[in-house]
Design a protein around this ligand. Structure first.
Ligand code: TIU
Length: 225
């Protein structure tokens, strides 16, 4: 079955059986006060606002029986997978591994590491802990998707220009056809989000396509009862 989304810069076609919904880092550490995003000096309210949209698409995709992959940016408790440069860069109020209001910042298993309750993974969905910004670096995600016959990725999550864009570029280089859901992603910096959407779809979809969630949902087939 082929679905067609009236995306930019031109129609995006996909078969749901060979497509995964990839939800990047919708963790408390990025969207709630007291986490990693806030420790970098950011206002997290912009990111919180996309949760209902991401949930709408997630529920529609689940109803179709489509594959869902969630990622979390996270490090091992001993920080052996965290390059010192990542921990030491800048002047954050809390560094990765420090104890904050939601436990140790960006550490696996801590309260802040969890995906927000509205988007929590359910049984059968893939959850990837990634030490980098990209979902493919040091995760085995490509091998997993290859085994499952996935060729297309529909992408949502945060932040648009950091982990979402990095993951889309990694995916694009590995041959995946990627659609970014415009209102299912956000940045702490609106101008960075706008620039990222423009960069992705420039030059004939050099990284991928973008479309609002309404056009994606319109393109999905009705779920079979
Ligand atoms: N998930 C993700 O985008 N990680 C970041 O560190 N993003 C920032 O924008 N800082």
């Amino acid at each position: 079955m082929t679905c067609t989304v009236a995306a930019q810069p031109f129609d995006y076609r996909f078969d749901p059986a060979h497509t995964a919904l990839l939800i990047i880092d919708m963790q408390r550490d990025f969207v709630e006060p007291g986490g990693f995003g806030a420790s970098l000096g950011n206002d997290v309210s912009l990111l919180q606002a996309i949760i209902p949209t991401v949930q709408r698409v997630l529920l529609a995709w689940r109803a179709l029986g489509g594959l869902v992959v969630h990622t979390r940016e996270a490090h091992l408790p001993d920080l052996s997978d965290c390059p010192p440069a990542k921990r030491e860069r800048g002047q954050p109020s809390l560094r990765i591994g420090d104890v904050g209001p939601m436990g140790r910042v960006l550490i696996r298993g801590e309260p802040g590491h969890a995906i927000v309750p509205a988007l929590a993974p359910v049984e059968g969905e893939i959850v990837i802990d990634k030490p980098g910004k990209g979902a493919f670096y040091a995760t085995g995600l490509h091998e997993t998707l290859q085994e499952l016959g996935i060729t297309h990725l529909i992408v949502m999550g945060v932040t648009t220009e950091v982990c979402v864009q990095t993951s889309m570029r990694e995916a694009n280089d590995r041959g995946y056809e990627c659609l970014l859901v415009e209102d299912g992603t956000d940045s702490y910096f609106p101008e960075f989000k706008a620039a990222t959407l423009a960069m992705i779809r420039a030059q004939g979809a050099i990284v991928g396509w973008t479309a609002p969630s309404a056009l994606l949902l319109q393109a999905l087939p009705a779920p079979t009862p």
